[in-house]
Design a protein around this ligand. Structure first.
Ligand SMILES: C[S@@+](CC[C@H](N)C(=O)[O-])C[C@H]1O[C@@H](n2cnc3c(N)ncnc32)[C@H](O)[C@@H]1O
Length: 262
């Protein structure tokens, strides 16, 4: 039988995926074929993909900073853009820093930080139990601890005033812009992981409001924002006595605002 007439061949799967609108059909077909051996399961997974389920949720994993990160339905899928946030955090981290990944989702950021600096003391937290479970899967074996709860309330009190580096990729999409996000995100990522309120900065505002109490003198808070939000975020940092710096990367299409506690 010619390969193209076999419904489960790589090239047939590529064609089906391309037809359904996948921009990276070859790569997706390669990954699906490499993960699912059984023809029945493979066929089911291709169908899920053509129905718009994100590939990462089908595979149960994604790649972030060259690491394999477990993801599951209900958890935000880490974006490559956030690798820039990790790079910026690493640039202010020391070997044994106390580091917090607030709003950790799958724990990808903390995982990447721990993989580069294995002796940091890493605390991660999220208010969604699914995210907490997923993050534990990803970072517990690397020595990080994951807590469940609303922002700083989740953290152990003994680190209050002792945090060197606080990273937060919190929801920052303005409410009105959620409807313009790719369909996959709207349909398969919980709204609470995306929607940051009217200007997108509601959660960031709360984080900045408390950060000074939790950071050590000289410590830094780093948040990802859009390019347009950065200047507003910097003003919020100033209001809360954090010295702001805005850094951007065209390669990552990413912006990070850093607030340093004097
Ligand atoms: C945009 S996702 C980012 C997840 C992860 N930092 C990443 O980059 O992959 C935002 C995360 O913030 C969490 N979150 C939203 N509001 C929160 C709150 N008040 N307290 C703790 N976590 C919150 C969501 O559950 C979600 O996992």
């Amino acid at each position: 039988m010619p390969e193209s007439s076999n419904p489960l061949s790589y090239s047939a799967i590529t064609a089906v995926l391309r037809e359904s609108g996948s921009v990276f059909a070859e790569e997706e077909a390669r990954l699906l074929c490499s993960v699912f051996d059984s023809p029945e399961v493979l066929s089911l997974m291709v169908e899920k993909r053509t129905n718009g389920i994100p590939l990462q949720l089908i595979l149960g994993r994604t790649e972030f900073k060259g690491l394999r990160v477990a993801v599951e339905p209900g958890v935000f899928i880490p974006r490559t853009r956030s690798e820039f946030l990790v790079d910026q955090a690493l640039s202010v981290c020391e070997a044994k820093s106390t580091v917090v990944d607030l709003c950790c989702g799958s724990g990808a950021l903390g995982m990447a930080l721990l993989s580069t600096l294995p002796h940091i003391h890493l605390y991660a937290s999220d208010n969604d139990p699914v995210a907490v479970r997923c993050a534990r899967k990803n970072i517990a074996s690397l020595g990080g601890q994951v807590f469940h709860g609303d922002l700083f309330h989740a953290l152990p009190p003994e680190i209050k005033g002792n945090i060197d580096v606080l990273v937060a990729n919190a929801p920052y999409v303005p409410t009105g812009a959620v409807a313009f996000m790719p369909r996959e995100a709207q349909e398969h990522e919980p709204r609470e992981t995306l929607d940051g309120g009217v200007d997108g900065l509601d959660v960031h505002r709360r984080i900045a409001g408390e950060a000074n109490l939790w950071l050590r003198a000289g410590g830094s808070l780093l948040v990802e924002t859009s390019k347009d939000q950065a200047i507003h975020m910097a003003a919020i940092f100033e209001l809360h006595k954090l010295d702001p710096t805005i850094v951007s990367s065209d390669d990552y299409d990413a912006t990070v605002v850093i607030g340093r506690k004097p």
